[in-house]
Write a protein that binds this ligand. Structure first.
Ligand code: KG4
Ligand code: ZN
Length: 344
C-alpha cells in the first residue's frame, strides 16, 4: 500500500490531501476563493494564481499535522498538471516538484479530469471498469467511457459552453450571483419549471454532443422581456439542462458496450434535480447509479491524490520536466466536436 500527497490548484480551489492506494483519506483540506472572485462575477485567473501561492503551504502543512506524519513518510507527490488556468496549475505543480525534489520522492502529474473521472472509485470501492461517466463541471461537459486508469474513450463533449458555465453565466444574467450553480438551484426551488419555454439544444440529435450557448441566450431574452419571474426562469433553465443531460446520456448508454455503471462527477453533479434525473435514467437501463458525495464532486485534492495513488501503483510516474498544461484531453484520439477544438 502506498501513501500519496495530492495537490489541486487548477481553478479557484486550493487543496491538499493525503490518501492511500487502498482508498483511505488520512486528511484533506480545501480553501475556496469565492470571496476574492465574487466582485468580478467569475474566476479571475491572476487573482486565483496569487491566492494559490499564499494559501497552499499552510494547507500542505495542515494535512501532515492532521495525519501525524511527515513528508518523508509519503511514497509520491501528485499534483494537477492540467487542464486548467495555467497560472494556478503552475503554482501547484511547481510546489509538488519542489517537495518531491527535496524529499527524493517521485512525482505524479495528474490530469484534473482523470481526478474527477476516478473519484467515484474512491467513494464506491465496488465500482468496476468500464463505467460510463458524465463529467459536468465549470469547464467541462463530457461523456466518457472509463476503461482503466489512463484509458478513456470520449463519447461526447460540448460544442460551446460547459454545463457549469451555463449555470454560472445564466445566474449572472439573472442577477443571482456567483457561483451560479448553487444560486440557480436555490432559486429554482421557488420557481415553476414549466413557466418559461426554453430550447433543449441538440436533444434528439444524431450527433452525440452537448450545446448550452443557445439556452443561455434564451435565458437572456426571457429575462429582458420582463414577462417572467427570475425564479421561474431559473427553474425552467435547470429543467432544460436536466433534459439535455438525460437525453445525451441516454444516447451514450445506447452507444457504448456493457458499462458496469452510470457515474456522474464534477461540480454540477452537486445539483439534486440533476442527480435525481440521472439516477432515474440509470434505473431505466438496469445500471447502478454512482455519484460521489458532494465534496468529492467539486474540485478537491483527495481525487488528485487518489488518481496519483492509482497511477503510482501502476508505475506511471513523471519526470521533473512534466509540463503544466492549459488543455489536456483525456482521450486524445477523440474526433474534435463540431465548432469546437477549444475545450480540452
Ligand atoms: O468541478 P468544479 O468544482 O470545478 C471545475 O473543475 O469546473 O465545478 C464547478 C462548477 C461551477 O460552474 C458551479 O456553478 C457548478 O459546478 N455547480 C453547480 C452546483 N454546484 C456547483 N451547478 C449546478 N447546481 C449546483 N448545485
Ligand atoms: Zn473540476
Amino acid at each position: 500500500m502506498s501513501l500519496i500527497l495530492g495537490i489541486e490548484s487548477s481553478c479557484d480551489e486550493t487543496a491538499a490531501a493525503l490518501v492511500t492506494s487502498s482508498g483511505k483519506i488520512l486528511a484533506h483540506r480545501l480553501a475556496g476563493q469565492e470571496v476574492a472572485h465574487r466582485p468580478y462575477g467569475g474566476v479571475v485567473p491572476e487573482i486565483a494564481a496569487r491566492a494559490h501561492v499564499e494559501i497552499l503551504p499552510a494547507l500542505i502543512t495542515g494535512v501532515f499535522a492532521e495525519a501525524g506524519i511527515a513528508l518523508a513518510d509519503v511514497d509520491a507527490i501528485a499534483a494537477t498538471a492540467g487542464p486548467g488556468l495555467i497560472g494556478g496549475v503552475m503554482v501547484g505543480l511547481v510546489m509538488a516538484k519542489g517537495l518531491a525534489l527535496s524529499a527524493g520522492k517521485p512525482l505524479v502529474a495528474v490530469n484534473h479530469l482523470e481526478g474527477h473521472a476516478l473519484s467515484p472509485l474512491l467513494s464506491d470501492p465496488a465500482l468496476r471498469f468500464p463505467y460510463l461517466l458524465l463529467l459536468i463541471s465549470g469547464g467541462h461537459c463530457q461523456l466518457l467511457l472509463v476503461q482503466d486508469v489512463g484509458s478513456f474513450r470520449r463519447l461526447a463533449t460540448t460544442i460551446d459552453d460547459a454545463a457549469g458555465e451555463a449555470f454560472d453565466k445564466s445566474a449572472k444574467l439573472l442577477g443571482l450571483g456567483y457561483p451560479g450553480g448553487p444560486a440557480i438551484e436555490r432559486a429554482a426551488i421557488e420557481g415553476d419549471a414549466t413557466a418559461v419555454p426554453l430550447p433543449r439544444p441538440l436533444v434528439g440529435s444524431s450527433e452525440p454532443h452537448f450545446s448550452f450557448a443557445g439556452l443561455k441566450s434564451a435565458v437572456l431574452r426571457a429575462y429582458e422581456s420582463g414577462v417572467y419571474r427570475p425564479v421561474d426562469i431559473a427553474a425552467s433553465f435547470q429543467q432544460a439542462v436536466v433534459d439535455c443531460l438525460v437525453d445525451r446520456s441516454r444516447r451514450a448508454l445506447a452507444a457504448c458496450e456493457a458499462p458496469t455503471a452510470f457515474v456522474v462527477a464534477g461540480g454540477v453533479a452537486a445539483n439534486q434535480a440533476i442527480r435525481g434525473a440521472l439516477a432515474g435514467l440509470a434505473a431505466d437501463h438496469g445500471l447502478p447509479f454512482v455519484a460521489p458525495p458532494l465534496w468529492l464532486c467539486t474540485d478537491n485534492a483527495a481525487m488528485i491524490a487518489w488518481a496519483g495513488a492509482l497511477r503510482y501503483e501502476r508505475g506511471m510516474i513523471d519526470g521533473f520536466d512534466a509540463p503544466a498544461r492549459a488543455r489536456w484531453p483525456l482521450d486524445p484520439a477523440a474526433e474534435p466536436a463540431r465548432g469546437a477544438g477549444v475545450k480540452a
